[in-house]
Design a protein around this ligand. Structure first.
Ligand code: F0G
Length: 452
Protein backbone atom coordinates (compact mmCIF):
# COMPACT_ATOMS: atom_id res chain seq x y z
CA UNK A 1 0.00 0.00 0.00
CA UNK A 2 1.24 3.47 -0.89
CA UNK A 3 -1.04 5.40 1.43
CA UNK A 4 0.20 5.56 4.99
CA UNK A 5 -2.92 6.10 7.05
CA UNK A 6 -3.12 7.62 10.50
CA UNK A 7 -2.70 4.52 12.71
CA UNK A 8 -5.58 5.46 15.03
CA UNK A 9 -9.30 6.07 15.01
CA UNK A 10 -10.70 9.32 16.36
CA UNK A 11 -12.85 8.97 19.48
CA UNK A 12 -13.02 12.55 20.71
CA UNK A 13 -13.15 15.57 18.44
CA UNK A 14 -12.41 19.22 19.09
CA UNK A 15 -14.08 21.66 16.68
CA UNK A 16 -11.96 24.09 14.70
CA UNK A 17 -13.42 27.59 14.31
CA UNK A 18 -13.58 28.55 10.64
CA UNK A 19 -12.59 32.13 9.85
CA UNK A 20 -12.49 34.24 6.70
CA UNK A 21 -9.48 36.05 5.28
CA UNK A 22 -11.10 39.39 6.23
CA UNK A 23 -11.53 38.28 9.83
CA UNK A 24 -7.97 37.02 10.01
CA UNK A 25 -6.65 40.29 8.60
CA UNK A 26 -8.35 42.07 11.52
CA UNK A 27 -7.16 39.54 14.12
CA UNK A 28 -3.61 39.87 12.84
CA UNK A 29 -3.64 43.67 13.11
CA UNK A 30 -5.13 43.44 16.62
CA UNK A 31 -2.32 41.00 17.53
CA UNK A 32 0.25 43.57 16.29
CA UNK A 33 1.39 41.03 13.66
CA UNK A 34 2.67 38.66 16.34
CA UNK A 35 0.87 35.30 16.20
CA UNK A 36 1.71 34.61 19.86
CA UNK A 37 -0.89 37.31 20.62
CA UNK A 38 -3.72 35.56 18.74
CA UNK A 39 -6.54 33.76 20.47
CA UNK A 40 -5.93 30.09 19.69
CA UNK A 41 -9.56 29.62 18.60
CA UNK A 42 -8.90 32.07 15.78
CA UNK A 43 -6.30 29.63 14.42
CA UNK A 44 -7.42 26.91 11.99
CA UNK A 45 -4.31 24.75 11.90
CA UNK A 46 -1.90 25.40 14.73
CA UNK A 47 1.67 24.56 13.74
CA UNK A 48 3.27 26.87 16.30
CA UNK A 49 4.86 23.95 18.10
CA UNK A 50 4.85 20.18 18.52
CA UNK A 51 5.39 20.67 22.26
CA UNK A 52 2.56 19.72 24.58
CA UNK A 53 0.10 19.95 21.70
CA UNK A 54 -0.30 16.23 20.95
CA UNK A 55 -3.40 14.12 21.42
CA UNK A 56 -3.40 11.53 24.18
CA UNK A 57 -4.63 7.99 23.60
CA UNK A 58 -7.56 6.28 25.29
CA UNK A 59 -5.09 4.40 27.49
CA UNK A 60 -3.40 7.63 28.52
CA UNK A 61 -6.78 9.11 29.49
CA UNK A 62 -7.54 5.92 31.39
CA UNK A 63 -4.19 6.40 33.18
CA UNK A 64 -5.28 9.91 34.16
CA UNK A 65 -8.07 8.35 36.23
CA UNK A 66 -5.58 5.99 37.87
CA UNK A 67 -3.19 8.73 38.99
CA UNK A 68 -2.04 8.26 42.55
CA UNK A 69 -2.00 11.74 44.04
CA UNK A 70 -0.10 10.83 47.21
CA UNK A 71 2.45 13.48 48.11
CA UNK A 72 5.21 10.91 48.55
CA UNK A 73 5.76 7.42 47.19
CA UNK A 74 2.76 7.42 44.82
CA UNK A 75 2.31 4.31 42.67
CA UNK A 76 2.20 6.47 39.53
CA UNK A 77 5.80 7.49 40.14
CA UNK A 78 6.96 3.90 40.43
CA UNK A 79 5.15 2.95 37.22
CA UNK A 80 6.72 5.93 35.46
CA UNK A 81 10.17 5.10 36.85
CA UNK A 82 9.82 1.49 35.74
CA UNK A 83 8.86 2.45 32.17
CA UNK A 84 11.72 4.96 31.91
CA UNK A 85 14.22 2.43 33.30
CA UNK A 86 12.99 -0.21 30.86
CA UNK A 87 13.26 2.14 27.89
CA UNK A 88 16.49 3.97 28.72
CA UNK A 89 18.35 1.86 31.28
CA UNK A 90 18.44 4.82 33.69
CA UNK A 91 17.21 4.12 37.21
CA UNK A 92 17.92 7.62 38.57
CA UNK A 93 14.88 9.45 37.20
CA UNK A 94 13.65 12.82 38.42
CA UNK A 95 10.28 13.99 37.06
CA UNK A 96 10.05 17.71 36.26
CA UNK A 97 7.19 19.86 35.03
CA UNK A 98 8.86 20.28 31.65
CA UNK A 99 12.23 20.06 29.90
CA UNK A 100 13.59 23.44 30.90
CA UNK A 101 13.14 22.63 34.60
CA UNK A 102 15.49 19.66 34.13
CA UNK A 103 17.91 21.95 32.28
CA UNK A 104 17.76 24.55 35.04
CA UNK A 105 18.61 21.99 37.72
CA UNK A 106 21.40 20.41 35.66
CA UNK A 107 23.15 23.65 34.76
CA UNK A 108 22.77 25.10 38.23
CA UNK A 109 24.83 22.08 39.33
CA UNK A 110 27.41 21.78 36.57
CA UNK A 111 27.41 25.20 34.87
CA UNK A 112 28.81 28.45 36.16
CA UNK A 113 31.19 31.21 35.06
CA UNK A 114 34.17 30.07 33.00
CA UNK A 115 32.48 26.78 32.00
CA UNK A 116 31.91 25.86 28.35
CA UNK A 117 29.10 23.57 27.17
CA UNK A 118 29.26 22.09 23.64
CA UNK A 119 26.15 20.79 21.84
CA UNK A 120 25.25 20.11 18.20
CA UNK A 121 22.78 23.02 18.51
CA UNK A 122 21.45 24.24 21.83
CA UNK A 123 17.71 24.68 21.85
CA UNK A 124 16.90 28.22 23.04
CA UNK A 125 15.86 27.25 26.60
CA UNK A 126 18.96 25.04 26.92
CA UNK A 127 21.19 27.88 25.78
CA UNK A 128 19.38 30.28 28.11
CA UNK A 129 19.90 27.93 31.09
CA UNK A 130 23.58 27.39 30.26
CA UNK A 131 24.10 31.14 29.92
CA UNK A 132 22.02 31.94 33.00
CA UNK A 133 24.49 29.87 35.02
CA UNK A 134 27.31 32.02 33.64
CA UNK A 135 28.65 29.36 31.24
CA UNK A 136 29.22 29.65 27.51
CA UNK A 137 27.06 27.56 25.10
CA UNK A 138 28.87 26.48 21.92
CA UNK A 139 27.15 24.95 18.86
CA UNK A 140 29.22 22.38 16.94
CA UNK A 141 26.84 20.86 14.38
CA UNK A 142 28.52 19.45 11.24
CA UNK A 143 28.95 21.86 8.31
CA UNK A 144 26.11 20.23 6.30
CA UNK A 145 23.78 21.06 9.19
CA UNK A 146 24.21 24.77 8.52
CA UNK A 147 23.15 24.73 4.86
CA UNK A 148 19.40 24.37 4.29
CA UNK A 149 19.55 22.72 0.87
CA UNK A 150 22.46 20.39 1.53
CA UNK A 151 21.15 16.87 2.10
CA UNK A 152 22.75 14.55 4.64
CA UNK A 153 21.07 11.57 6.34
CA UNK A 154 22.25 12.71 9.78
CA UNK A 155 22.41 16.44 9.47
CA UNK A 156 22.15 16.80 13.26
CA UNK A 157 25.54 15.12 13.86
CA UNK A 158 28.05 16.90 16.06
CA UNK A 159 31.40 17.73 14.46
CA UNK A 160 33.82 15.64 16.55
CA UNK A 161 36.94 17.34 15.17
CA UNK A 162 35.54 20.69 16.31
CA UNK A 163 34.65 19.14 19.67
CA UNK A 164 38.24 17.95 20.17
CA UNK A 165 39.60 21.35 19.11
CA UNK A 166 37.26 23.16 21.51
CA UNK A 167 38.23 20.96 24.47
CA UNK A 168 41.94 21.32 23.64
CA UNK A 169 41.48 25.05 23.37
CA UNK A 170 39.60 25.74 26.61
CA UNK A 171 40.84 22.76 28.67
CA UNK A 172 38.79 19.72 29.70
CA UNK A 173 38.37 21.03 33.25
CA UNK A 174 36.22 23.87 31.89
CA UNK A 175 33.85 21.52 30.04
CA UNK A 176 31.45 20.03 32.64
CA UNK A 177 29.64 17.95 30.01
CA UNK A 178 28.98 17.65 26.30
CA UNK A 179 25.37 17.64 25.10
CA UNK A 180 23.82 16.23 21.95
CA UNK A 181 20.27 17.20 20.99
CA UNK A 182 18.27 14.37 19.39
CA UNK A 183 16.72 15.24 17.04
CA UNK A 184 18.40 18.60 16.50
CA UNK A 185 15.44 20.99 16.78
CA UNK A 186 17.30 24.25 16.16
CA UNK A 187 19.00 22.66 13.14
CA UNK A 188 15.74 21.60 11.46
CA UNK A 189 14.66 18.53 13.46
CA UNK A 190 17.54 16.58 11.93
CA UNK A 191 18.68 13.26 13.40
CA UNK A 192 21.99 12.22 14.93
CA UNK A 193 23.43 8.80 14.01
CA UNK A 194 24.47 6.11 16.46
CA UNK A 195 27.92 6.20 14.86
CA UNK A 196 28.20 9.90 15.65
CA UNK A 197 27.03 9.39 19.23
CA UNK A 198 29.71 6.69 19.60
CA UNK A 199 32.38 9.03 18.23
CA UNK A 200 31.29 11.83 20.56
CA UNK A 201 31.34 9.33 23.43
CA UNK A 202 34.89 8.31 22.56
CA UNK A 203 36.04 11.94 22.60
CA UNK A 204 34.26 12.50 25.92
CA UNK A 205 35.90 9.37 27.36
CA UNK A 206 39.31 10.51 26.17
CA UNK A 207 38.96 13.78 28.11
CA UNK A 208 36.91 12.40 31.01
CA UNK A 209 33.84 14.48 30.17
CA UNK A 210 30.28 13.18 30.69
CA UNK A 211 27.94 12.98 27.68
CA UNK A 212 24.32 14.14 28.07
CA UNK A 213 21.44 13.89 25.63
CA UNK A 214 18.75 16.50 25.14
CA UNK A 215 16.39 13.68 24.28
CA UNK A 216 12.97 15.36 23.76
CA UNK A 217 12.56 13.62 20.38
CA UNK A 218 14.47 10.40 21.11
CA UNK A 219 11.95 8.12 19.38
CA UNK A 220 11.89 10.12 16.15
CA UNK A 221 15.70 10.11 16.19
CA UNK A 222 15.78 6.35 16.76
CA UNK A 223 13.41 5.73 13.88
CA UNK A 224 15.56 7.82 11.54
CA UNK A 225 18.49 5.62 12.63
CA UNK A 226 16.48 2.52 11.78
CA UNK A 227 15.57 3.93 8.36
CA UNK A 228 18.93 5.42 7.41
CA UNK A 229 21.89 4.03 9.33
CA UNK A 230 23.63 1.05 7.72
CA UNK A 231 23.06 -2.15 9.68
CA UNK A 232 20.15 -0.82 11.77
CA UNK A 233 17.23 -1.80 9.51
CA UNK A 234 16.41 -5.08 11.20
CA UNK A 235 16.65 -3.83 14.75
CA UNK A 236 13.72 -2.72 16.88
CA UNK A 237 13.28 0.94 17.71
CA UNK A 238 13.44 0.01 21.41
CA UNK A 239 16.88 -1.54 20.94
CA UNK A 240 18.10 1.56 19.11
CA UNK A 241 16.65 3.84 21.80
CA UNK A 242 18.47 1.77 24.38
CA UNK A 243 21.77 2.09 22.47
CA UNK A 244 21.38 5.86 22.35
CA UNK A 245 20.80 6.15 26.09
CA UNK A 246 23.49 3.58 26.94
CA UNK A 247 26.03 5.96 25.43
CA UNK A 248 24.98 8.79 27.74
CA UNK A 249 25.68 9.70 31.36
CA UNK A 250 22.47 11.62 31.62
CA UNK A 251 19.63 13.26 29.74
CA UNK A 252 17.21 16.15 29.97
CA UNK A 253 13.84 15.39 28.40
CA UNK A 254 10.77 17.42 27.66
CA UNK A 255 8.03 14.76 27.62
CA UNK A 256 5.80 17.26 25.80
CA UNK A 257 7.31 15.90 22.60
CA UNK A 258 7.99 12.14 22.45
CA UNK A 259 6.43 11.59 25.89
CA UNK A 260 3.12 12.22 24.07
CA UNK A 261 1.80 14.33 26.94
CA UNK A 262 0.63 17.90 27.36
CA UNK A 263 2.94 18.59 30.29
CA UNK A 264 5.95 16.85 31.83
CA UNK A 265 9.66 16.29 31.64
CA UNK A 266 12.51 14.49 33.36
CA UNK A 267 16.16 14.52 34.28
CA UNK A 268 18.02 11.20 33.97
CA UNK A 269 21.36 10.72 35.69
CA UNK A 270 23.89 7.94 36.20
CA UNK A 271 26.13 9.61 38.75
CA UNK A 272 24.90 8.93 42.29
CA UNK A 273 26.32 12.09 43.83
CA UNK A 274 24.94 14.34 41.09
CA UNK A 275 21.58 12.60 41.48
CA UNK A 276 21.52 13.41 45.22
CA UNK A 277 22.35 17.05 44.57
CA UNK A 278 19.77 17.29 41.78
CA UNK A 279 17.15 15.71 44.06
CA UNK A 280 17.77 18.43 46.64
CA UNK A 281 17.28 21.16 44.02
CA UNK A 282 14.18 19.42 42.66
CA UNK A 283 12.62 19.51 46.12
CA UNK A 284 13.58 23.16 46.47
CA UNK A 285 11.76 24.41 43.39
CA UNK A 286 9.74 21.65 41.69
CA UNK A 287 8.44 19.27 44.33
CA UNK A 288 9.19 16.02 46.11
CA UNK A 289 11.22 13.46 44.17
CA UNK A 290 8.22 11.24 43.43
CA UNK A 291 6.21 13.96 41.66
CA UNK A 292 8.58 16.82 40.72
CA UNK A 293 5.96 19.48 40.07
CA UNK A 294 3.52 17.17 38.29
CA UNK A 295 0.31 15.49 39.40
CA UNK A 296 0.32 11.70 39.78
CA UNK A 297 -2.02 11.54 36.79
CA UNK A 298 0.58 13.32 34.64
CA UNK A 299 3.13 10.63 35.55
CA UNK A 300 0.64 7.95 34.46
CA UNK A 301 0.08 9.69 31.13
CA UNK A 302 3.85 10.00 30.57
CA UNK A 303 4.46 6.35 31.43
CA UNK A 304 1.86 5.27 28.87
CA UNK A 305 2.98 7.83 26.26
CA UNK A 306 6.60 6.69 26.47
CA UNK A 307 5.48 3.16 25.63
CA UNK A 308 3.26 4.24 22.72
CA UNK A 309 5.80 6.52 21.07
CA UNK A 310 8.15 3.66 20.15
CA UNK A 311 5.45 1.78 18.18
CA UNK A 312 6.75 1.53 14.65
CA UNK A 313 3.34 2.08 13.00
CA UNK A 314 3.12 5.34 14.88
CA UNK A 315 6.66 6.39 13.94
CA UNK A 316 6.16 5.45 10.27
CA UNK A 317 3.08 7.67 10.16
CA UNK A 318 4.81 10.41 12.13
CA UNK A 319 7.92 10.77 9.98
CA UNK A 320 5.98 10.19 6.77
CA UNK A 321 3.47 12.98 7.57
CA UNK A 322 6.29 15.46 8.08
CA UNK A 323 8.04 14.28 4.94
CA UNK A 324 4.76 14.51 2.98
CA UNK A 325 4.31 18.16 3.96
CA UNK A 326 7.95 18.84 3.08
CA UNK A 327 7.68 17.19 -0.34
CA UNK A 328 4.51 19.12 -1.23
CA UNK A 329 6.09 22.43 -0.18
CA UNK A 330 9.18 21.66 -2.27
CA UNK A 331 6.91 20.91 -5.26
CA UNK A 332 5.15 24.24 -4.68
CA UNK A 333 8.54 25.97 -4.95
CA UNK A 334 9.36 26.66 -1.31
CA UNK A 335 13.02 26.54 -0.29
CA UNK A 336 13.03 24.35 2.86
CA UNK A 337 15.58 22.71 5.10
CA UNK A 338 16.29 19.40 3.37
CA UNK A 339 15.70 16.61 3.93
CA UNK A 340 12.53 17.11 6.02
CA UNK A 341 13.18 16.60 9.73
CA UNK A 342 11.13 14.62 12.22
CA UNK A 343 8.70 17.05 13.77
CA UNK A 344 8.60 20.09 11.52
CA UNK A 345 9.27 21.66 8.17
CA UNK A 346 11.49 24.73 8.16
CA UNK A 347 11.00 27.22 5.31
CA UNK A 348 13.96 29.39 4.34
CA UNK A 349 12.13 32.74 4.37
CA UNK A 350 15.32 34.64 3.57
CA UNK A 351 15.63 32.76 0.27
CA UNK A 352 11.89 32.94 -0.48
CA UNK A 353 11.59 36.69 0.15
CA UNK A 354 14.90 38.20 -1.01
CA UNK A 355 13.23 41.60 -1.35
CA UNK A 356 12.71 41.80 2.43
CA UNK A 357 15.98 42.48 4.30
CA UNK A 358 16.61 40.88 7.74
CA UNK A 359 15.96 44.24 9.41
CA UNK A 360 12.38 44.04 8.08
CA UNK A 361 11.84 40.48 9.34
CA UNK A 362 11.14 38.28 6.27
CA UNK A 363 10.33 35.28 8.50
CA UNK A 364 7.73 37.24 10.44
CA UNK A 365 6.23 38.53 7.17
CA UNK A 366 5.88 34.91 6.00
CA UNK A 367 4.34 33.83 9.32
CA UNK A 368 1.76 36.62 8.91
CA UNK A 369 1.03 35.55 5.33
CA UNK A 370 0.40 31.93 6.40
CA UNK A 371 -2.05 33.13 9.01
CA UNK A 372 -3.79 35.61 6.73
CA UNK A 373 -4.21 33.23 3.79
CA UNK A 374 -4.93 30.01 5.64
CA UNK A 375 -5.39 30.63 9.36
CA UNK A 376 -2.20 28.62 9.83
CA UNK A 377 0.01 29.52 12.76
CA UNK A 378 3.75 29.00 12.29
CA UNK A 379 6.72 30.38 14.19
CA UNK A 380 9.59 32.62 13.11
CA UNK A 381 13.16 31.45 13.82
CA UNK A 382 15.12 34.37 12.43
CA UNK A 383 15.80 38.01 13.16
CA UNK A 384 12.84 38.36 15.52
CA UNK A 385 13.80 35.38 17.68
CA UNK A 386 17.59 35.59 17.47
CA UNK A 387 18.34 39.14 16.30
CA UNK A 388 17.91 40.90 19.66
CA UNK A 389 21.67 41.38 20.02
CA UNK A 390 21.80 43.47 16.84
CA UNK A 391 23.46 40.96 14.47
CA UNK A 392 21.05 39.11 12.15
CA UNK A 393 21.22 35.29 12.53
CA UNK A 394 22.66 33.26 9.61
CA UNK A 395 19.20 32.06 8.49
CA UNK A 396 15.68 33.48 8.43
CA UNK A 397 13.56 30.37 9.00
CA UNK A 398 9.87 29.74 9.55
CA UNK A 399 8.91 26.50 11.27
CA UNK A 400 5.72 24.56 10.63
CA UNK A 401 5.74 22.10 13.56
CA UNK A 402 3.33 19.19 13.46
CA UNK A 403 1.55 18.25 16.69
CA UNK A 404 1.48 14.50 17.34
CA UNK A 405 -1.68 12.55 16.39
CA UNK A 406 -3.71 15.76 15.99
CA UNK A 407 -4.06 16.53 12.30
CA UNK A 408 -4.93 14.23 9.42
CA UNK A 409 -3.59 14.17 5.87
CA UNK A 410 -6.46 16.39 4.70
CA UNK A 411 -5.41 19.03 7.21
CA UNK A 412 -1.91 18.89 5.73
CA UNK A 413 -3.36 19.09 2.20
CA UNK A 414 -5.17 22.24 3.31
CA UNK A 415 -1.85 23.65 4.59
CA UNK A 416 -0.26 22.88 1.22
CA UNK A 417 -3.11 24.62 -0.63
CA UNK A 418 -2.80 27.73 1.55
CA UNK A 419 0.99 27.62 1.10
CA UNK A 420 0.43 27.68 -2.67
CA UNK A 421 -1.50 30.96 -2.31
CA UNK A 422 1.25 32.39 -0.11
CA UNK A 423 3.83 31.35 -2.70
CA UNK A 424 1.92 33.01 -5.55
CA UNK A 425 1.74 36.26 -3.58
CA UNK A 426 5.29 36.20 -2.26
CA UNK A 427 6.58 39.12 -4.30
CA UNK A 428 3.87 41.37 -2.90
CA UNK A 429 4.63 40.55 0.74
CA UNK A 430 5.88 43.48 2.76
CA UNK A 431 8.32 43.64 5.63
CA UNK A 432 7.55 44.74 9.18
CA UNK A 433 8.81 47.28 11.65
CA UNK A 434 9.13 46.34 15.32
CA UNK A 435 7.41 49.02 17.38
CA UNK A 436 8.63 47.80 20.77
CA UNK A 437 11.79 45.85 21.59
CA UNK A 438 11.34 43.62 24.64
CA UNK A 439 14.67 42.87 26.37
CA UNK A 440 14.27 39.08 26.81
CA UNK A 441 12.81 36.38 24.52
CA UNK A 442 11.40 39.16 22.42
CA UNK A 443 9.58 36.95 19.91
CA UNK A 444 6.86 36.29 22.52
CA UNK A 445 5.87 39.90 23.05
CA UNK A 446 7.26 41.93 20.14
CA UNK A 447 4.75 44.15 18.33
CA UNK A 448 4.97 45.10 14.67
CA UNK A 449 3.59 47.40 12.00
CA UNK A 450 3.41 46.47 8.33
CA UNK A 451 5.62 48.61 6.14
CA UNK A 452 3.88 50.53 3.36
N1 F0G B 1 15.12 20.94 24.23
C1 F0G B 1 14.58 20.91 22.98
C2 F0G B 1 15.37 20.29 21.87
C3 F0G B 1 13.31 21.46 22.75
O1 F0G B 1 12.81 21.42 21.52
C4 F0G B 1 12.60 22.03 23.84
C5 F0G B 1 11.29 22.63 23.62
C6 F0G B 1 13.19 22.01 25.11
C7 F0G B 1 14.44 21.45 25.26
C8 F0G B 1 12.51 22.61 26.30
O2 F0G B 1 11.43 21.84 26.72
O3 F0G B 1 9.45 23.36 26.51
O4 F0G B 1 9.37 21.29 27.91
O5 F0G B 1 10.70 23.23 28.66
N2 F0G B 1 10.85 22.96 22.48
C9 F0G B 1 9.57 23.55 22.16
C10 F0G B 1 9.52 23.90 20.70
C11 F0G B 1 9.13 24.66 23.07
O6 F0G B 1 8.55 24.56 20.28
O7 F0G B 1 10.41 23.51 19.94
P1 F0G B 1 10.18 22.48 27.48
Amino acid sequence: MKTIIEPFRIKVVEPITMTTREERTRFLAAAHFNVFNLHAHHVLIDLLTDSGTGAMSSLQWAGIMQGDESYAGGESFFRFQHVVADLTGFSHVLPTHQGRAAERILFELVGGPNKVVPNNNHFDTTRANVEHSGALAVDLVIEEGKHPQQRHPFKGNLDVAKLRALIDDVGADRVPLCMVTVTNNSGGGQPVSLANLREVRAVCDHYGIPLFLDACRFAENAYFIKLREPGQQDRSVCDIVRDMFDLADGATISAKKDGLVNIGGMLLLKDEELFQRASALLILTEGFVTYGGLAGRDLEAMAQGLQEVVHEDYLTYRLRSTEYLGERLLEAGFPIVEPPGGHAIYIDAGALLPHIPPAEFPGQALVCAFYREGGIRAVELGSVMFGGGGEPPPLELVRLAIPRRVYTQSHLDYVVEAAGIVFEGREGLRGLRMINNPPYLRHFSAQFEELG
